[in-house]
Design a protein around this ligand. Structure first.
Ligand code: NZQ
Ligand code: ZN
Length: 390
């Protein structure tokens, strides 16, 4: 039993980290860069202008592609691939949140691999390389800045699919992490981000087999830091300490560190169950996770109540596992997150729960989870609980 830990990303963390962009691009041998960004926050903040100026001063050519939306779409990825090819781009710079970075990773895979980029996401082909990617992160949430993951939504199919691909080629070359760039993130996205960060640690914590106590203790500390700092960031968006602690927790929560020494990489069922919600209903990923987690936790509690007891004691000093689950939910609600499907603005009936459960298992073709392996019926039950129907 061994677990890998591969973290090759060159990280610069702290106020002004983005000032290094030309230097790190040159160190990577970049000569012409695609600057990839989202719906406009980087224009409003002046970050895009700043980056372009730094590149020009550094003698690095660039082209731009904006328009990445939350739950990033394969249609824009395809545009990016064409642009990179026609312009002779040799490096992709994501300037934005997790969606922009995931889109940049997808463009990298598509350019390197040729053919239909969706093949990598639906499992028809393995990623065997990528155009190099770097990021200036503007939102602390997904941990994509050091993770091996990219999650893309196929808006060209009916039903719409949201699929992730995990590969070490998805580990970006550099991540410039300036907590000050997250001062403008809305309260809602700040709360979604905090939830996602916590969930990346919780999903790893819940697994079958050996758990290294040191990793458990790091996990508890990370969870407590996020729960301490998220309310501060909501109240004072420009509190450097709060933003910095959240940002670094976000990076370490999903770069593999929180599973080191354990028997495996964790459960991830809540992510799969959430991705089905954000694919079909375009909800924010963090909010979807908060809406599901409590129902999942109650459903799987009996598998290993002691694991819940350790978590409750480590995070809240609470040895009653049911109360510990409730405390996590209370926290989510305190930062404005929903703890059921209704809270996402969705009205799920039994048929919707069934359809979503079948979507998660690819129409009964797979099971998910590790702490408890879940089939379609289990997932249906969890959706029913989260919808208040059970
Ligand atoms: O598009 P712009 O205008 O930039 O606005 C964005 C977007 O509307 C805004 N925003 C970002 N930085 C900002 C800002 N607004 C003001 N000031 C700033 N500094 O925030 C909104 C949400 O952005 P998005 O990138 O979608 O959020 P997030 O970083 O949470 O990414 C979510 C996506 O990542 C996937 C999710 O499923 C979802 O598709 N995930 C990716 C993972 C990975 N690659 O490792 C792991 C995660 O579990 C997750 O699945
Ligand atoms: Zn996540």
């Amino acid at each position: 039993m061994t677990m890998g830990y591969y973290a090759p990303t060159n990280v610069h963390f702290g106020a002004g980290a983005e000032d290094k962009v030309a230097e790190v691009l040159k160190a990577e041998g970049a000569t012409k860069v695609l600057i990839h960004f989202g719906g406009g926050s980087v224009k409003r903040s002046g970050l895009l202008d700043k980056v372009e100026k730094l590149l020009s001063e550094g003698g690095i050519e660039y082209v731009e592609l904006g328009g990445v939306v939350p739950n990033p779409r394969v249609s824009l990825v395809r545009k990016g691939i064409e642009l990179v090819k026609s312009e002779g781009v040799d490096f992709i710079l994501a300037v934005g949140g997790g969606s922009v970075l995931d889109s940049a990773k997808a463009i990298g895979y598509g350019v390197y691999g040729g053919g239909d980029v969706w093949d990598f996401y639906c499992g028809n082909r393995k990623v065997e390389g990528t155009l190099p990617v770097g990021v200036i992160l503007t939102l602390a949430a997904t941990g994509s800045e050091m993770s091996d993951s990219s999650v893309i939504t196929n808006d060209e199919t009916d039903p719409i699919y949201k699929r992730g691909v995990n590969t070490d080629f998805g580990r970006v070359k550099f991540a410039l992490l300036d907590p000050e760039l997250t001062y403008t993130v809305s309260k809602y996205q700040t709360a979604c981000g905090a939830t996602d960060i916590m969930m990346h640690t919780l999903e790893r914590y819940f697994h079958q087999g050996y758990a290294l106590d040191f990793t458990d203790q790091m996990s508890f500390t990370l969870l407590k830091e996020v729960m301490k700092n998220a309310p501060v960031a909501l109240e004072h968006p420009d509190d450097y300490d709060a933003r910095a602690n959240i940002m670094w927790c976000g990076t370490l929560s999903h770069n593999g560190l929180m599973a080191t020494g354990n028997a495996n990489k964790g459960d991830w069922a809540c992510h799969q169950i959430e991705h089905e919600l954000s694919a079909e209903h375009d909800v924010a990923h963090g909010a979807g996770l908060a809406a599901i987690w409590g129902s999942w936790a109650r459903y799987v509690l009996s598998v290993d109540p002691e694991r819940f007891v350790k978590l409750g004691e480590g995070v809240f000093g609470e040895s009653d596992p049911v109360k510990a689950i409730e405390k996590f939910e209370e926290f989510f609600r305190s930062i404005g997150m929903p703890t059921d499907i209704k809270g996402l603005g969705l009205d799920f009936d039994e048929a919707a729960c069934r359809t979503a459960a079948l979507g998660v298992t690819f129409q009964n073709a797979r099971k998910i989870g590790n702490f408890k392996v879940l089939d379609t019926e289990d997932i249906f039950n969890i959706y029913m609980m989260a919808a208040g129907l059970k």
